[in-house]
Ligand binder design. Structure first.
Ligand code: FAD
Length: 483
């Protein structure tokens, strides 16, 4: 196995994969070291999936600049990478004079940042465009959108891999040594050497930052919990509906339609310090149920299908202050390293602009030779459920596996599961199949298809039963046979 590369990227989430994809435009040997078994097991797979507009952020901050750039570019990117995306806009609703004052401030900030199309509307217009939302008035943010964060991250990674980047899963970096401008990155599976190291480690970027010598950031993480509502209520919500920012400038619980037709209620906001905690708690479910109902009439127990949580990789700097902006750092005394810290929201929206800035930093040090065979286009797995009856019949005629439904709730066929099992990244977990096909994401949450998927993985990849993992390194699904 080759372990000497031009660039070693630590962390293969949406940011690491965007960096890998942008660097694969050049003739470079690129390694992505990822401690998990897939690219969406970190924050990139635990968020809202909103394409932010840039209205919220401080003028000329990296968050503002990168999110606006990412937003403006996204129709093209979604087309190029085959990522489900809808520019549906977003509403921020308010009641009473105090909220009007706060919402007007946000409106002015957005105008000042140059966010196109913002406008205030009254109750009647709000009701006419979003009947299930309520408010005395609302701010319309037409450039916001919704995307599939799983598909987007996977698409960036697959496109990077198509263009030559190598992904190493279950490869946690455990330390870094530098000799001159050459690095050795240690993992439990051996050392990797490279001329450049890019820190894209998300929630653990503070640790990599210390190894590289960029500074002693400390995690000051924030957890957000969600409820996912059944698709049958999805038709009642056209666009995300947010309440007016609270007095601290944060958005309390909001509702967001997903690109696949569910509705997300959340996130809550809870400081958890240096912990990583993805648990769903009754206290927060109660908060989501109470506050979500103010935004959307259908936040009712009978529509809940699942809970999840995400953790924002917020950090404190050496002065003990929370870093408000993305940090994209290089230093003369730490040659050939780019340090990304504090990449919290809107990191999904900003991933490609962040990646382009990383490339610029490398280009400032050395001449990069274009990779003439670079292909920016990546196609995903065709979705049987989204085809017309005639197209479905054609697919079945071409491959009988399209005629066998594996996931009944989401109408995912055996043919799609087989394609997902042979993904270019070599991801082989049951959850990896879920993120690539939507199998197990429906109302029964895998009750019907999860074990069938496990059996197919054995057949397709030659895995033994006791090698099948649900999602994580130690997450083995079976210990043996029963009679
Ligand atoms: C609740 C919530 C909602 C959000 N909503 C939105 C939104 O709607 N829109 C938006 O634009 N942004 C949103 N964000 C922000 C966005 O999700 C993140 O900014 C983005 O996913 C960060 O990507 P990343 O690649 O830096 O992190 P990650 O996806 O966490 O990737 C980092 C990777 O590094 C790996 N890693 C860590 N340490 C090591 C190591 N030592 N060796 C090897 N690998 C390592 C991890 O396993 C992980 O896969 C939200 C965030 C949260 C928490």
């Amino acid at each position: 196995m080759k372990t000497d590369f031009d660039v070693i990227i630590i962390g293969g989430g949406v940011v690491g994969s965007a960096v890998a994809r942008e660097l694969s435009r050049y003739k470079l040997g690129i390694a992505v070291l990822e401690k998990e078994l897939d690219v969406v097991n970190g924050t990139s797979g635990h968020n809202t999936g909103l394409l932010h507009s840039g209205a919220l952020y401080e003028k000329n901050s990296l968050k503002m600049i990168c999110s606006m750039e990412g937003n403006a570019d996204f129709d093209r990117v979604a087309e190029e990478l085959d990522v489900p995306f809808k520019r549906c806009g977003k509403l921020v609703v308010g009641f009473g004079d105090e909220e009007r004052e706060r919402l007007e401030k946000l409106y002015q900030k957005g105008l000042d940042n140059g966010v196109p199309g913002l406008r205030m509307i009254d109750h009647a217009e709000l009701k006419s465009i979003e009947p299930s939302a309520d408010g005395d008035f609302a701010l319309v943010v037409p450039t916001a959108g919704i995307l599939c964060p799983f598909t987007y991250t996977i698409a960036l990674a697959e496109n990077a891999a198509m263009n030559g980047a190598k992904y190493f899963f279950d490869h946690a970096a455990t330390g870094i040594d530098r000799t001159g401008d050459h690095y050795t990155v240690h993992t439990a599976k051996g050392d990797f050497t490279g001329r450049w190291v890019i820190n894209c480690a998300g929630l653990f970027a503070y640790q990599v930052s210390k190894w590289l010598g960029f500074g002693a950031y400390e995690p000051a993480r924030v957890k957000g919990e969600y409820i996912i509502l059944d698709k049958r209520v999805g038709k009642h919500l056209i666009r995300p509906v947010y309440p007016t920012p609270n007095i601290y400038g944060d958005f309390d619980v909001h509702v967001t339609p997903t690109i696949d037709g569910n509705v997300l209620v959340g996130p809550t906001i809870e400081n958890i310090g240096d912990k990583i905690d993805y648990s769903a708690t009754q206290d927060m479910i109660d908060v989501l149920a109470r506050d979500g109902l103010k935004m959307f009439d259908y936040v009712k127990r009978e529509h809940y299908i699942r809970n999840y949580a995400g953790v924002f990789p917020t950090v404190k700097n050496e002065k003990g202050e929370v870093e408000p902006d993305f940090c994209i750092q290089t230093r003369e005394d730490i040659p050939n390293a780019v340090n990304l810290v504090g990449i919290n929201s809107p990191g999904l929206t900003s991933s490609l602009p962040i990646a382009r800035r990383v490339v610029e930093k490398i280009k400032a040090q050395e001449k990069l030779i274009p990779n003439e065979s670079f292909d920016p286009v990546r196609r995903g797995i065709e979705r049987f459920a989204e085809k017309s009856k005639a197209e479905q019949a054609e697919l079945i005629a071409s491959d009988a596996d399209y005629g066998e439904i594996f996931c009944r709730c989401e109408c995912v066929t055996k043919a799609e599961i087989k394609k997902a099992a042979h993904n270019i990244l070599g991801v082989s977990t049951v959850t990896g199949i879920k993120y690539r096909t939507r199998a197990t994401m429906g109302r029964c949450q895998g009750g019907y298809c999860q074990t069938r998927i496990a059996a197919l993985l054995q057949q397709e990849l030659g895995q033994k039963k006791n090698e099948i993992r649900l999602k994580t390194t130690g997450g083995y699904m079976f210990t043996g046979d029963v009679k």
